[in-house]
Design a protein around this ligand. Sequence first.
Ligand code: HSE
Length: 432
Amino acid sequence: MDSVRIGLLGCGTVGTQVARLLHEQEDDLAARAGARLSLVGIAVRNVQAPRDPVIDRALLTADARALIAQSDIVIELIGGIEPARTYILDAFAHGASVVTGNKALLAAHGPELYDAAAAANVDLYYEAAVAGAVPVVYGLRESLTGDRITAVLGIVNGTTNYILDEMTTRGLSFDQALADAQRLGYAEADPSADVDGLDAAAKCAILASLAFHSRVSLDDVHVHGIRNITADDIASATRHGYVVKLVATARRRRRGIEAHVGPTLVPRNHPLAGVHGPFNAIVVEAEAADRLMFYGRGAGGAPTASAVLSDVVAAASHKVSGGHAPRELIYADLPVLSPDQSESRFQVEVDVEDTIGVLTKVASVFARHDVSISSVWQDAEEKVVDATGMPVCRLTVTTHVANQADLEATMEELDESPFVSGVRHVIRVEES
Ligand code: HSE
């Protein structure tokens, strides 16, 4: 085989960079793949739309199906569920391998696509679907396949990391930081996929499936976004030695897999605490390897194109020399735990009446629900008065690892207790 025909679906920020690099690095890529990687077409919705001058306009076509039919490898970068799903299945039916960055599609329809790729004996590669340039899919699927992974903790959304980092380092409000993120092009005009945690949840599902050899879908991931994080929350975290991060967690527990995304207090000395701006990082804990961290750019044209091209080279070398990508491995078939069954350390802020003995009353509510307290901080300087003029003090209670249902029952009882004037927030706490 002298040449492998590549069909590119989509010519946005990432597609443009893929086309550029395929051209600029063609000799190196050919040497690595064992054949020339020949871009035979770029399918776009609007052939007339303005494009970056690096795009050879003669390659543009509106006929994606015809392009798929003449490709050995299809790169799907159009995103969304349809028509991406149909195009990928079409590619497999034509015997083409597929490289995609489509996390939403994989998290929702992964099993159908993995099965179709295996049935057609072609490759499905998706390094770009999680954390852009960071080779964490390869790391989990191949480098760590000899080990037993116990947890994966990731900052896998650059937009929210940028927003939280700006709130932490510059004291901005959520709205100010979001507006900056939009101005810089990190956040979309409709930022909900990022700030409500859905993008991170799709990536969490993919990481959990790979780490624990079980099927975890988007619906299995319990999600909280960052819209409700206030400048006060950030200031309180800083006072107590933590940084607030949106963390995607996939953890093996005795009874199954825990998978959730939400704002989390990360101790200042934890490796994830030093991840600034729009960068991504994933910490993997494995029995033999111990702790590893994968770090880098999780979005952007060229960084994401780097991940796409590594997959293209791998898929092309299989076309040339035989072999195939690792297939989906779901032999462990672990159940995914419901949010109620999940466990974590938590931090709770409660405003209580400032009277003798109130700490005993608060502590006994935690004890009644089997939640063990690790520390209590009473903010003496922050003497507040509630709506009725009663002096209250703010307690910051951090728990040991507790069951989420027990913690929620504790919060409910506190909320109804006469000595409590408000439960301000509950947030997960990561171990250092
Ligand atoms: N919008 C994502 C982010 C990148 O901000 O990290 C694509 O998943």
